[in-house]
Design a protein around this ligand. Structure first.
Ligand code: FAD
Ligand code: N01
Length: 548
C-alpha cells in the first residue's frame, strides 16, 4: 500500500497492532466521501472509504420513500468539479427523483472507478488519535482495526434518522417505516389504513403519494410547515445544454453566492421599502417560479419581523386559497415561528392532498401522541387504528452521525464531551484537540443552509489543498487553536443572533431532540463570504491552526 505520509504506524506499538494502514480514512460514501476519495487519490494518497450501507449514495441510498426528490434544481444539484460530468449526464426532471439521483451517484462512482477503495456494510464505531504515532486508530463493527494519518468524516448532516421513542412501538401489530431508512423493495399502501407522523420535508413529499394509494391516510401534525410548490416537470434540455457548456463558470458563481445556487438569485431589496403591490408581485412571481427562491424574495425576510410577516401572510393566504375546508386550512397554516426559520419545504400537491376524502389531519400539538398501541396509536384525546405507520420524524441533524462514533482526540478527550454544550469547531472543518480530523460540512459551516453539493465541494477542495500543503512542508499534524475556535463559534452565534432563526424550534437549533443543546449549528454568514474566509486563512499559512 503506497503511503505518502511520513508517519507509519510502526512508530507506535499500539498503532502497529492495527491490521491496515492508510494515509486517510474517509467515513461515508455519499456525495462528500466520494469526492474526497477522488481528490486524495489525485494527490497520490492511499485512502479508504468506510460506509455502513451496501452501496454508494448516502442520503439518496437511504431515503427511498415515495416522492423523495431534491429541492435544489437538478442542474445545480450535481457535481461541478469536473466539466465532463455535467456534460455527460442528462437529467429528466427539473427536480430529480431519488432513484435518478442514486443512478447518477452510481454512475460517478463507476466513471471515477471509486468502488475498489470503498468498504461497504461496515460501520465505524470508534476513532482515536494516537499521539505517539500521530495517527488515527479506527475500529469498525466488522472488527477492522485500521490506522490512518488523516480521518475525514463525510458522515452527513442528515444521516442519523430518529423516531421519537414512542412508548409501545414494539407492540404494534402492523408494519412501520421511517422515511430515512425506507425498504429497498418499496411499500405498497394499496387498500391500507396508513398513519404518518410528522409534517417536515420528508412527510410533505411522501404524503401525496401515500394518499393516492392508501384506503385512508391520517396525518399527525405537531407543527405545520411553510411549503412552496415545486412546479416540477420535464427538464428543459436546451437550458441544460447551455448551462453545462459553461459549468465551471456556473459553479464559480454558485460558490460565490450566499446559498450555492444561481438559478433564482436572492433579492437585494427590503420588503419594507417597496409598495405592498410590488411586494405581492415579487412573492407571486417566486411562488409561480416555485421552490426555495421564495426565502430570498427580499433581503430582510429572515432578519426583520415585519418583512417576515409579509412573506408568512402571503404563504398562509396561498394555503387558505388551496384548502376547501377552512378548519383544516387553519391547522395547516404555520403561526408560531417566523417564515423560513424552519427549513422551507418544496412540494407537489401537498396542501391539495388535504382536500381528498381519504385524508385526515390530526393536530398533535393540542393532543400529543401518548403511545403506539397494538392496533395503532393513542393521542391524549383519541385512539386510531392502522395497518401501517410511517415515521417522518427527521434526524439527529448535524451532530448525530459524528457523535454516533466514539471519537477521541488528544489525551483521550471525547468529542461527545467537547461538544456537550453544543458543537464547537473552527470553520466547521476541524475541532481543537482533534488533530488531522476533518469534518466535511461540519457544524459551524454553511452546509445545510446551502446547495449542499457546492458546500461539499468547497470543503473537500479546502481539505485536499490543506493535506497537500502539510505533505509538501513536512508537517505532521494540523488542528485549530482553542482561541481561533472560540472566536469562530462566537462569530457563528453572533451572526445567527442577528436573524430570526433562533426563534424557531428547528433541527438547525437541535430543538427536535429532547436534551440536545439549543445552539444554531450551521453558519448563516453566506457561502461566498465563508469560502473567501477559508481561502484567506489558508493563504495566510493556515491562520488559527497549529501546524506541528
Ligand atoms: P450523506 O449523503 O448523508 O452520506 C453520509 C454517509 O455516511 C451515509 O451513507 C452513512 O451511511 C455514512 N455513515 C455515517 N456514519 C457512519 C459510520 N459511523 N460508519 C460508516 N458509515 C457512516 N441537500 C441539498 O442541498 N439539496 C437537496 O435537494 C437535498 N435534498 C435532501 C433530501 C433528503 C430526503 C435528505 C434527507 C437530505 C437532502 N439534502 C439536500 C441534504 C443531503 O443530505 C445532502 O445534499 C447530501 O446528499 C449530503 O451528502 P454527504 O455525503 O455529506 O452525506
Ligand atoms: O424531518 P423534519 P424531515 N410527535 O425534522 C415531527 C432535508 N430533506 O425528514 O416540527 C409528533 O423536518 C416534527 O414536528 P415538529 C431537509 O433539509 C429535504 O422531514 O418537531 N411529531 C416534524 O414535523 C429537511 O429539513 C427534502 O413539531 C413529531 C417532523 O416530525 C431535513 O432533511 C426532503 C414528533 C420531522 O420533520 C429533515 O426533514 C426530505 C413527535 N414526538 C428531507 N417528533 C427535500 O425536499 C417529531 N415530529 C429536498
Amino acid at each position: 500500500m503506497a503511503t505518502r505520509t511520513q508517519h507509519a504506524p510502526e512508530q507506535s506499538a499500539t498503532a502497529d497492532a492495527y491490521d491496515a494502514a492508510y494515509d486517510a480514512i474517509i467515513v461515508g460514501a455519499g456525495f462528500a466521501g466520494l469526492y474526497m476519495l477522488h481528490r486524495l487519490r489525485g494527490l497520490g494518497l492511499s485512502a479508504r472509504v468506510i460506509e455502513a450501507a451496501d452501496g454508494v449514495g448516502g442520503t439518496w441510498y437511504w431515503n427511498r420513500y415515495p416522492g423523495a426528490r431534491c429541492d435544489i434544481e437538478s442542474l445545480e444539484y450535481q457535481y461541478g468539479f469536473d466539466d465532463d460530468l455535467p456534460r455527460e449526464w442528462r437529467w429528466s426532471e427539473r427536480y430529480a427523483s431519488q432513484p435518478e439521483i442514486l443512478r447518477y451517484i452510481n454512475h460517478v462512482a463507476d466513471r471515477l472507478d471509486l468502488r475498489r477503495d470503498i468498504q461497504f456494510e461496515t460501520r465505524v464505531t470508534s476513532a482515536r488519535f494516537h499521539e505517539g504515532a500521530a495517527r488515527w486508530l479506527i475500529e469498525t463493527d466488522n472488527g477492522d482495526r485500521i490506522s490512518a494519518a488523516f480521518c475525514i468524516m463525510a458522515t452527513g448532516c442528515l444521516s442519523a434518522p430518529r423516531h421519537p421513542g414512542f412508548k409501545g412501538l414494539e407492540s404494534f401489530e402492523g408494519d412501520w417505516y421511517h422515511t430515512g431508512y425506507w425498504p429497498h423493495e418499496g411499500v405498497d399502501f394499496t387498500g391500507k389504513r396508513a398513519g404518518i407522523i410528522g409534517t417536515g420535508s420528508s412527510a410533505i413529499q411522501s404524503i401525496p403519494h401515500i394518499a393516492r394509494q392508501a384506503a385512508h391516510l391520517t396525518v399527525f401534525q405537531r407543527t405545520p410547515n411553510f411549503s412552496i410548490p415545486a412546479h416540477n416537470g420535464p427538464i428543459d434540455h436546451e437550458a441544460e445544454r447551455q448551462m453545462t457548456e459553461r459549468y465551471t463558470e456556473v459553479r464559480r458563481r454558485a460558490r460565490a453566492s450566499a446559498a450555492g445556487v444561481v438559478s433564482r438569485a436572492p433579492s437585494e431589496r427590503s420588503a419594507m421599502q417597496v409598495t405592498p403591490e410590488e411586494r405581492e408581485a415579487e412573492f407571486e412571481a417566486r411562488w409561480q417560479y416555485g421552490g426555495l427562491g421564495m426565502g430570498g424574495a427580499f433581503i430582510d425576510i429572515v432578519i426583520s419581523p415585519e418583512a417576515n410577516q409579509t412573506a408568512a401572510d402571503f404563504v398562509r393566504g396561498k394555503i387558505r386559497s388551496i384548502l376547501k375546508d377552512p378548519v383544516t386550512a387553519d391547522l395547516l397554516c404555520p403561526k408560531d415561528y417566523p417564515f423560513a426559520t424552519k427549513r422551507l419545504c418544496v412540494d407537489t400537491e401537498y396542501f391539495e392532498t388535504f382536500n381528498r376524502n381519504n385524508v385526515t389531519l390530526v393536530d398533535v400539538r393540542s393532543a400529543p401522541i401518548e403511545e403506539i398501541t397494538p392496533k395503532g396509536l393513542r393521542t391524549a384525546d383519541a385512539e386510531y387504528e392502522f395497518d401501517c405507520l410511517v415515521f417522518a420524524t427527521g434526524f439527529d441533524a448535524m451532530t448525530g452521525a459524528l457523535l454516533g462514533i466514539d471519537v477521541r482526540g488528544r489525551g483521550g478527550q471525547e468529542l461527545r464531551d467537547a461538544w456537550s454544550a453544543g458543537p464547537r469547531t473552527y470553520l466547521g472543518l476541524q475541532v481543537a484537540g482533534f488533530p488531522n480530523l476533518f469534518t466535511i460540512t461540519g457544524p459551524g459551516s454553511p452546509s445545510v443552509l446551502t446547495n449542499m453539493i457546492v458546500s461539499i465541494e468547497q470543503h473537500v477542495d479546502w481539505i485536499a489543498a490543506c493535506i497537500e500543503y502539510l505533505l509538501e512542508h513536512g508537517i505532521k499534524t494540523i488542528e485549530p487553536t482553542v482561541e481561533a475556535q472560540d472566536a469562530w463559534v462566537e462569530h457563528v452565534n453572533q451572526v445567527a443572533s442577528l436573524t430570526l432563526f433562533p426563534q424557531a424550534n428547528s433541527w438547525y437549533m437541535g430543538a427536535n431532540i429532547p436534551g440536545k443543546p439549543r445552539v444554531f449549528m450551521p453558519y448563516i454568514g453566506g457561502l461566498g463570504a465563508y469560502a473567501q474566509k477559508c481561502d484567506e486563512i489558508a493563504a495566510n499559512g493556515y491562520e488559527g491552526f497549529v501546524l506541528a
